[in-house]
Write a protein that binds this ligand. Structure first.
Ligand code: ADP
Length: 162
């Protein structure tokens, strides 16, 4: 039986840390749905459409990866997709508190759903989309942190990132 997982997140923008997690997930799951959260409260630097386009381009040629988005409750999205596993990444200890709350909340809402955590390669342990945006504004070389496509798109955006 094919086993699928939903990897939700802001992906604002996609980093090599996210990509590392997607690749790891493909060794465990047959189908990895990368689901962009349509959360207007977060005021993303990249629109939903832009984030999806970047993900589609970068994951093109990775069999088993699908790119989608969701709004509203994540567990409702999982039910719609008939998938019962959520993938999240654990980096430094700072992720733990929030992720623990999310697991317990989602468990209340949907007891049939499990969350699994994967850890990135150590190179990406402190890497976040927000750090990448700050580095972009400061004019840093981003090639160690994001795919080339993302670096290109970040340069176009520079004036618009606070
Ligand atoms: P969110 O706003 O949902 O946290 P992010 O795009 O920041 O969205 O992160 C999505 C998921 O990817 C989270 O589980 C996060 O822990 C994980 N993640 C982000 N950056 C990395 C990284 N460098 N290595 C591993 N996992 C990461």
């Amino acid at each position: 039986m094919k086993k699928g997982v939903v990897y939700p997140g802001s992906f604002d923008p996609l980093t090599l840390g996210h990509l590392d997690l997607i690749k790891q997930a493909l060794t465990i799951f047959d189908r990895v749905i990368v689901a962009v959260a349509d959360n207007s409260e977060k005021k993303p630097a990249f629109s939903r459409k832009e984030r999806i386009q970047i993900l589609e381009e970068v994951t093109d040629g990775m069999p088993g990866v699908e790119v989608d988005y969701f709004s509203g409750l994540l567990v409702n999205y999982l039910r719609k997709k008939n998938i019962n596993v959520i993938l999240r990444g654990l980096r430094a200890v700072s992720d733990f508190d929030y992720e623990f709350q999310m697991v317990l909340t989602n468990r209340r809402l949907a007891p049939e759903v499990e969350t699994v955590f994967l850890m990135p390669q150590e190179d990406y342990f402190f890497l976040s989309s927000s750090m990448v945006k700050e580095l972009a504004v400061l004019g840093a070389d981003l090639s160690a942190f994001v795919p080339a496509k993302v670096e290109k798109e970040l340069k176009k955006k520079l004036g618009k990132i606070k």
